[in-house]
Design a protein around this ligand. Structure first.
Ligand SMILES: *Cc1c(COP(=O)(O)O)cnc(C)c1O
Length: 329
């Protein structure tokens, strides 16, 4: 792909084009309401349930959009991605649907269940030692040697545009909102959703939400330059990114109101609420937005509030173990 097209910042038109490509492929996930959530926040809360998306997270949107755009030799050679999490499965499933080969680079000690799921979608899994080897270098070498196209997890225009369709659907269904809370790792979801917000609900305040232990996005947003951190210790494994991207950062700077943080204990409290009151299984990272909205409730009184629940991939043993750590709050 010519570098110029990949380097250009995606626009709302790209989000709309992605929505067309995803029609009949991604689930149009429900926007759920809850009387208990409304009472808790003294607001009208609209939950976009990407925990119910194919492969369990919004990542399918971006991955499918990026893969569907490949043509000719690129499509034939296939794709490579590095991830132990939701992006890996999203790329593997998208490749399977589109009849393309996929290679996923995963750590040797990745949970067997995730390796099995990725292989189950027909992908080739290549393992590496996360303490001594560099997954990005391995992926780039594979890409070069085998002519594979590297699908970056967040810093990729087509991935960002695809992720934005989650908010596009939310605004289509809920109408204009006063505030929107979006989980933040590398910023693909936030950047894409911010494009939809600016276009469809221009006055909506858009908040990115990170784990407290990994607030590189907040530091970057407030300082005006991309800040790098070491891999943060948090239960939000989908947001253990070390820095924002060259494409996601400028979009976040331009379209986002602020970047907020929440603690792991707040995430556990939110997981508990969503499971008990709404019967929704949401992974720790998927609760970032809701946890921040809860914490900000006094300033959201009477408002229309959107919350993206970004994913639901947490195995039940881990879910139970996390619930056991819950402190009365
Ligand atoms: C990847 C992921 C995120 C973070 O998305 P970015 O585009 O990297 O900001 C949030 N939640 C879940 C469930 C994820 O899988």
């Amino acid at each position: 792909m010519p570098t110029e097209t990949t380097a250009a910042l995606p626009t709302f038109a790209d989000v709309q084009a992605a929505a067309k490509r995803l029609q009949g492929q991604a689930h149009r996930t429900p926007v759920l309401r809850s009387r208990s959530a409304d009472d808790l926040l003294s607001a009208q809360v609209f939950f976009k349930c990407e925990n119910l998306q194919r492969a369990g997270a919004f990542k399918f949107r971006g991955a499918f959009n990026a893969l569907a755009r490949l043509e000719g030799a690129q499509r034939q050679a296939g794709v490579v991605a590095f991830s132990s999490g939701n992006h890996a499965q999203a790329v593997a499933l998208s490749a399977q649907i589109l009849g393309m080969p996929a290679t996923i680079v995963m750590p040797k000690d990745a949970p067997a269940i995730k390796v099995a799921a990725t292989k189950g979608y027909g992908a080739t899994v290549i393992t590496y030692d996360r303490y001594t080897e560099d997954r990005e270098a391995i992926s780039r070498e594979l890409a070069q040697k085998q002519g594979l196209t590297l699908i970056a997890p967040y810093d990729h225009a087509d991935v960002i545009a695809g992720q934005g369709t989650a908010a596009l659907e939310l605004f289509e269904e809920a109408g204009a909102l006063d505030a929107l809370f979006v989980c933040l790792g590398g910023g693909g979801l936030l950047a894409g959703c911010s494009l939809a917000a600016r276009a469809l609900s221009p006055d909506c305040r858009v908040y990115g939400v990170e784990p407290e232990a990994g607030n590189d996005g907040q530091q970057s947003f407030r300082s005006g330059a991309i800040v790098h951190i070491n891999t943060p210790q948090t239960i939000a494994d989908g947001a253990q990114t070390q820095h924002l991207g060259q494409l996601t950062f400028p979009l976040i700077q331009k379209n986002v109101t602020d970047v907020l943080t929440v603690s792991d204990a707040q995430l556990v409290g939110s997981m508990h609420f969503l499971a008990e009151r709404m019967k929704l299984l949401v992974e720790p990272t998927g609760c970032l937005g809701f946890a921040a909205a809860k914490a900000m409730a006094p300033s959201l009184k009477g408002q229309r509030v959107g919350v993206i629940l970004s994913g639901g991939n947490v195995d039940l043993d881990r879910f139970c173990a996390l619930m056991a750590t819950r402190t009365a709050a």
